[in-house]
Design a protein around this ligand. Structure first.
Ligand SMILES: [Fe+2]
Ligand SMILES: [Fe+2]
Length: 462
């Protein structure tokens, strides 16, 4: 007997906005004046005002993957997923015990549980439109498709690394990219850990072999997150979860969340395997490229052990996941599962593209900000925001290109984790292209800025 769809959908999706608003208005998520988050993994700015603008009844559409609605959804999803992992501050819980209790406690947990499936649908339903896998696939077809996508990745351009190399301030650009990697780097393999339980034969043991490498074979100093933090430290960047929360972009957030999404729901297990096999395969060459770029920017003034470790071990993981998991599962479970393995490969490839495009676009815009000074057009409806020195700092983006103009007082425009704040006096205006992440903080006791859809306004330099 089929399950009654009305019972399954007992929480209508149009109620999602109300549940999400209740979550984001919790004191843990309403922010603080500082740009970076302190060593407290339970507090992260979810920008309730920006969340309130989003219509949650209409899932993200193709082409919206790195826009404002995507940013809002993926900040929430990332918070939901990490609340299902164990986060403890390095300095000890001490005075944060109350925040721990609240973050993991019954109230927020019930809101998460009541929202998660609908929010996943909101954020990832577009994958069904973007990727179409039809027809009969054999194991040989799967192997050929995998080799094709891997070869394409090997010969393709790493858009973010190109943007770093071309930047006027390559150090700042390189930090922006590092910070995007921190999203996964500081909690590495947490999604993978959700696929280790159960009983699925030799492929389960092969996956465990990959997993235990990510955990340094139980040696904390060798754990990938530990060596990732060494890289951050060598750039004088903060190393705690998630100091740079305000600077994670929608594309990287979506990529990270995707692995949680297909790991939480084991109906998507074969998609996960396709995706993780693709990721492990393309990591090694991409870290070789990253080493080249970062040595070019920083010389010996950066610790690239993390990249060297991955350039080495992911060549090995690429082989294990392809031969001992992906192709082995296809052989064992047959044609019924192969289209899902293919779908996972295609999805990981697509999401990797979102990560690169979004990060490269942010690097370029932030680096060329001076060219985006715009005339302050006082036509059209404006959204006005008042700030004081005590206002919580948050970042956001818009689904349309907007002009941000200071109308009263003085402000600073922040566009990246280590980018110099851009001073904005009364009357100054900057063009913010659709999808670009920015935040303003007051540089006078109080200031007011406006946000208008840009229409025909073009950057002053063009
Ligand atoms: Fe790793
Ligand atoms: Fe790996």
């Amino acid at each position: 007997m089929a399950i009654d769809a009305d019972i399954v959908r007992s929480k209508p999706a149009d109620d999602l906005g109300r549940r999400v608003a209740a979550f984001t208005n919790d004191n843990l998520f309403t922010g603080a004046p500082e740009l970076l988050h302190p060593p407290n993994p339970y507090r992260r700015m979810l920008v309730p005002d920006a969340v309130a603008e989003v219509d949650f009844t209409r899932p993200l559409a193709a082409g919206e993957a790195t826009g404002h609605r995507a940013l809002v959804a993926h900040r929430l999803l990332g918070t939901f997923y990490e609340a299902d992992t164990v986060l403890l501050p390095e300095q000890g819980l001490g005075a944060l015990r109350g925040d721990f209790d609240r973050f993991y406690g019954d109230g927020l947990r019930r809101l998460r549980e009541a929202s998660l499936s609908d929010l996943e649908h909101f954020a990832f339903a577009l994958l069904d439109d973007e990727i179409d896998v039809t027809g009969a696939w054999s194991t040989a077809d799967l192997a050929a498709y995998f080799e094709h996508t891997a070869a394409e990745a090997d010969s393709g351009e790493a858009e973010s690394l190109t943007a770093i190399a071309a930047a006027r301030r390559p150090e700042v650009a390189a930090d922006t990219y590092l910070v995007q990697l921190a999203l996964d780097g500081l909690t590495e393999a947490s999604a993978m850990s959700r696929n280790l339980g159960g009983a699925f034969g030799p492929e389960q043991s092969a996956l465990f072999k990959v997993f235990i490498d990510e955990f340094g074979y139980g040696v904390h100093e060798a754990k990938h997150t530990t060596i990732f933090r060494k890289m951050l430290r060598s750039r004088a960047l903060q190393t705690h979860v998630h100091a740079y929360w305000n600077f994670y972009l929608a594309g990287p957030l979506a990529t990270n969340n995707y692995y949680y999404f297909v790991s939480r729901d084991h109906a998507s297990f074969f998609r996960y395997i396709g995706a993780v096999t693709y990721a492990e395969r393309v990591f090694a060459p991409s870290f070789v490229n990253m080493i080249d770029t970062y040595r070019g920017v920083f010389g010996d003034d950066i610790d690239l052990h993390y990249c060297e470790e991955h350039a080495h071990i992911d060549a090995h993981h690429g082989r294990i996941t392809r031969d001992e998991i992906l192709l082995a599962l296809a052989e064992r479970h047959g044609a019924g599962v192969i289209p899902e393995l293919v779908r996972g490969i295609a999805e990981a490839r697509l999401l990797g593209g979102w990560f690169e495009q979004d990060t490269a676009a942010q690097i370029r815009w932030s680096d060329e900000l001076a060219d985006y000074r715009a005339p302050d057009v006082d036509t059209g409806p404006a959204q006005r925001v008042a700030l004081t020195a005590d206002s919580p700092f948050g970042t956001r983006s818009h689904d349309a290109t907007v002009v941000v103009a200071v109308e009263d007082g003085a402000a600073e425009l922040i566009t990246g984790p280590t980018a110099a704040p851009e001073p904005m006096a009364r009357g100054d205006a900057v063009l913010v292209p659709a999808g670009r992440l920015y935040g303003l903080r007051a540089a006078s006791p109080a200031c007011v800025y406006s946000v208008r859809v840009a229409g025909a306004v073009t950057p002053s330099a063009s």
